[in-house]
Design a protein around this ligand. Structure first.
Ligand SMILES: [Zn+2]
Length: 105
């Protein structure tokens, strides 16, 4: 996916979500439940799109590496206080997550 387009889509939807949340520019004829449903849909879409943008992996010295979105442990414990960080993994292996990962320092 084109990162620039994804960022633009997120920005656009965040703005739309805000408009719906605060009820500006909304016809009073739209029921409240429908407005909150629209907000939920934007939240879901934004969350899904953010997983398409690489996010920095959480790496600290002498610690395992973790997915920045769900906290899934990515590294392999070598048993002696060392961890092997699988920098070749492009996405979080947690099937509920799938966050695109950035391993750069
Ligand atoms: Zn994850």
């Amino acid at each position: 996916m084109d990162e620039k387009k994804v960022r633009e889509a997120i920005a656009w939807m965040e703005n739309e979500r805000r408009i719906h949340k605060y009820g500006t520019h909304i016809s009073p004829s739209i029921p409240k439940e429908q407005i909150s449903k629209i907000g939920e849909c934007y939240d879901l879409a934004i969350e899904a799109l953010e997983k398409q943008l690489p996010k920095k992996v959480i790496i600290k010295d002498w610690c395992p590496s973790y997915c920045p979105s769900c906290g899934y442990e990515l590294s392999e414990d070598l048993g002696d206080g060392y961890y092997r960080h699988p920098t070749f993994i492009e996405r979080c292996p947690n099937p509920d997550c799938g966050q695109k990962l950035d391993w750069s320092e």
